[in-house]
Write a protein that binds this ligand. Sequence first.
Ligand SMILES: [Fe+2]
Ligand SMILES: [Fe+2]
Length: 355
Amino acid sequence: MTATLPQVASAAAGPAPHLREDLLTPRFYTTEIAKAASTDLAGQRAEFEAMLAEMEADYNRDHFDRKVPLDRLRALSAQEKEAYESYLVRSCVSEFSGFLLFKELSRRLFKASRPELGRLFQLMARDEARHAGFLNRALVAEGIEIDLPSLSGKRPITWFPLSWVLYSVFLSEKIGYWRYILIDRHLKAHPQNSVAPLFDFFEPWCQDENRHGDIFNMLIRCWPDLRQGLRGRLLSRFFLWSVFLTHSLTVCERDSFYTLLGIDPARFDEEVMRQTNRTARRAFPYVFSFESSHYVELRDKLVDTFRQIQALSAQPAGATRLLQSLGLKLRFGALLLRQFCQPMLATGVQFEVNA
Ligand SMILES: [Fe+2]
Ligand SMILES: [Fe+2]
């Protein structure tokens, strides 16, 4: 499958390559809808009803005010402006990707005569549409227009089994929550670094992501087999590791954005991973043990090697570059394997009774 470059253009200054096509670019997903429609809510009925009521209450109905001015950017250098815009573009695409997945699930669940589940996904799609729309408005204020509907038509859609979607979306929502809340807390303590009015909206925004994560935790509970035995162990390990790795490399690539906010990128990444790993104890049968392992130390080595690979790719091609690149890639692969195999802790959730 060939990946096509998305339609991201700056109205003011021609094409703006703020969204490169690589493994770290947010993707669009679909899943086993018929299986999702067979979700048995019996053991989770009370929690399901409570969450549906909370989503219907729509606490953030008036939060994403369409009239609020988003164009009050402080005087930024061209490099800082690009760091901010690149953050907006990727965040906007990733919120829109959540919207598409939830909308499709909602539509098909209604069709499969599961109106209560369809409604829950419809309400989550509502939130993600607001988030993407809000980020899109901030981009328009910067003179950048992304054609989101055509973007989704041009990019490949990745198919995931339902179990993968449940594990990975739970983590994406919770890591999203921690990212937004940690940026919010930092900027409240250091208001001089708040370069854009967009950041004033992060606190209630992150509560949406937190609720979505809790909904996915409830959905995981509806499939008790997903947390049992080797399957539960592998799903926990693979998704925690891959989501954390993507986060570390994305933060490394975007370090100028965090520096702009006065945040140390490596410490931010570590705190986001630690908090998300702690939150995952309530949902996954296993989580990483950061305290008694080399996980973070390996993260530092991986990020360092990743930087070297990127720097090398800017050098002129030749036999030396080829050899150096091979050496670095082998080192990167070995580090990935070591990090993947770091010790984990059992959380005990697999022994909870679903009733
Ligand atoms: Fe969102
Ligand atoms: Fe969300």
